[in-house]
Design a protein around this ligand. Structure first.
Ligand SMILES: [Zn+2]
Ligand SMILES: [Zn+2]
Length: 152
């Protein structure tokens, strides 16, 4: 999904579930760690964590958009936009959005390698060519094992 597509998604989710326009900017922020998205009070920007889309899929991601749009629309309407506010909880229930955007565990795609000599396992974020690198412990040859989803 490109950032333009994210913007269009946010606008259509807003119209579909809130019957209100999303008039500000939606963008990806891959530096978000423990949250799927966040609403910025000053700029009214909604930032979304692209890793949640990769790891959980579009339906789940739209749930996070709805959650952030609850903050957004309530804040702009001058109502209670924080997690503890009754307005917020009511709107969440109405649009069937997940309650917490903070409590979702961060997950990360990792690649698992094993040394063919000493059997040491390695997890790396990026895939690399096993012909070009050797085991840091014993200088043995490495083999690629699998892609793994790791909870952080
Ligand atoms: Zn929230
Ligand atoms: Zn080794």
């Amino acid at each position: 999904m490109t950032e333009q597509e994210l913007q269009r998604h946010m606008e259509s989710v807003s119209l579909q579930f809130f019957q209100k326009r999303f008039r500000h900017q939606a963008r990806f922020n891959s530096r978000l760690r423990t949250t799927g998205g966040r609403y910025l009070l000053k700029s009214h920007v909604i930032e979304m964590n692209p890793r949640y889309l990769e790891n959980f899929g579009l339906e789940y991601f739209i749930g996070i958009m709805k959650h952030e749009l609850c903050h957004y629309h309530l804040h702009l309407a001058g109502k209670g936009y924080q997690h503890r506010d009754a307005d917020f909880r009511e709107l969440l229930a109405k649009v069937d959005a997940p309650r917490f955007c903070q409590a979702i565990p961060t997950t990360q795609k990792m690649h698992r390698y094993v040394c063919l000599s000493c059997q040491t396992e390695f997890l790396r974020k990026r895939r690399f060519d096993v012909k070009k690198y050797r085991c840091g412990r014993c200088n043995g040859r490495l083999a690629y094992m699998e892609e793994k989803i790791v909870n952080g």
